[in-house]
Design a protein around this ligand. Sequence first.
Ligand code: SAM
Length: 273
Amino acid sequence: MSRQPYYRDELVDLYHADSTNLGFLPEASVQLVVTSPPYNLGKDYGAARDDATYRSYLAWARVWCQEIERVLEPGGRLCLNIPLDINVGFDDGGKRRTSKQPVLADFTELLVRDLGFVYNTTILWLEGNVSRRTAWGSWLSASDPWVNTAAEAILVLSRGQRRRPGKGKTSDVARADFLDWTLGLWTFPGQSTAQYNHPAPFPEELPRRLIHLFSFREDLVLDPFVGTGTTCRVAKTLGRRSIGVEIEQRYCEVAAQRCRAPTPLPRGGAETA
Ligand SMILES: C[S@@+](CC[C@H](N)C(=O)[O-])C[C@H]1O[C@@H](n2cnc3c(N)ncnc32)[C@H](O)[C@@H]1O
């Protein structure tokens, strides 16, 4: 791992690094963070473990959340894609257990109550994955039925203040999109895991909406868990500078390839190389 970018072009810097230490990024240098961290569901991310006890998972989350707070400028936004809750956990030896945990509530408490972020909203993303349902708890019995909410959350917070001065900056959200997206129930499909051989990518539509809605064209966007590079790819397409950080080299390579691919310039301009 290195403090030199793994990949760099005119709009994107990708780092092969651990987001619990973003020391290579200056304080207050980022205006928007769009990210989805590992959910501690035991997925195989290569270099990153995903099977901590829930307590250690939250302790780890506190470290990278503090790093995000440090690099965000006052008024900068954090859009965090996380589940509402999870059904599995791990014991000290990494053995899988049934364990219901209120992830959204815990992240909200950590970020708003402990770290002092300003609450903006919670968007519900309906991914339409009901057919993948397998966990029923007590089938046809009132002993312990499990309600599975087929939605993920996008927790939207600000560092210090909600309002950002827009003078001299460019907003590029279309009227119809603004009307639609400011209703916080979003419905669009998830991303296949096969396309980039990654266990949990999000679809381009997710960062596309968040970047249009919550950033100016002049802003710098950060994804500290960039995986296959979706956020940076979309940011580049929308003419924003972005930084992606990923701990697994295999995914850095996928992300670099996606960012290297030609992107149409915003508002129908010529293609960039
Ligand atoms: C849920 S995935 C994000 C996927 C991404 N949104 C995409 O569309 O491809 C989480 C990513 O975080 C990476 N990761 C886990 N721990 C990390 C750490 N400490 N620092 C940087 N990246 C990490 C994993 O390797 C994985 O690719």
